[in-house]
Design a protein around this ligand. Structure first.
Ligand code: PRP
Length: 205
């Protein structure tokens, strides 16, 4: 039986394809809209980035590739044997540029984010009261429209923040793409998983 690999349809897809090609591993050509694709001796599931750890934790996929940002947010019980060295970004707190908003000066920090858990833990961890407004995307518009004081979001180039009039005030975490493995597969399918980890590991930049 082939290994099943859960992959994000989002930003990590390009880096993942490049890594698999460098490693000489099979990878779908991307022409099809099918979300479950077998290629060589691997089976690929293409899912939303936040769902990758869930497919792996539940054992539907033996392994997957997810950003550390997503792993921190979802908090799944999975093994994380490799930092794949691409998809670098930061989870950061941003406020309207030039504003004097400070989390430490607020009675309650109202923060908009796709990363509700990360955002809550970041402020609660230093004893602040926090109200998280959970959004599915485009969080950069929330402070300017009065929905929140600040945001916690992924920043890669910083262009989205800048073009939407925001500035970074704190960094929550650094992120990059990680290989994650289901705990049971790691033992029950030890040889196949070890071969995949080795092959990918040798192809890292
Ligand atoms: C992410 C993130 C920012 C943007 C940051 O969104 O939420 O909006 O990328 O990138 P930058 O710093 O290079 O401008 P994504 O494209 O994943 O879309 P989403 O908001 O729909 O999740």
């Amino acid at each position: 039986m082939s290994l099943t690999v859960a992959l994000s349809k989002g930003k990590l897809l390009r880096g993942t394809r490049e890594l698999f090609r460098r490693a000489g591993l099979p990878f779908p050509d991307g022409k099809s809209r099918r979300l479950v694709v077998s290629e060589g001796d691997l089976r690929f599931l293409f899912v939303k980035d936040m769902d990758v750890p869930t497919y792996v934790e539940y054992g539907v996929a033996d392994c997957g590739i997810a950003g550390r940002d997503v792993l921190l947010e979802v908090g799944s019980d999975v093994l994380e044997p490799l930092d794949l060295g691409f998809g670098h970004c930061r989870l950061q707190v941003a406020r309207p540029a030039g504003s004097d908003f400070s989390p430490d000066g607020a009675s309650t920090v109202r923060v908009a984010s796709k990363y509700a858990r990360v955002a809550a833990e970041h402020f609660l961890g230093r004893g602040l009261s926090v109200e998280v407004v959970k959004l599915a995307g485009s969080v950069e518009i929330a402070p300017g429209l009065g929905l929140a004081d600040c945001i916690v979001d992924v920043v890669e180039t910083g262009r989205t923040l800048k073009e939407n009039g925001l500035e970074v005030i704190e960094t929550v975490a650094e992120s990059s793409a990680r290989l994650v493995v289901n705990r049971a597969s790691f033992h029950a399918r030890r040889e196949e998983v070890a071969r995949l980890v080795d092959t990918l590991g040798r192809a890292l930049p």
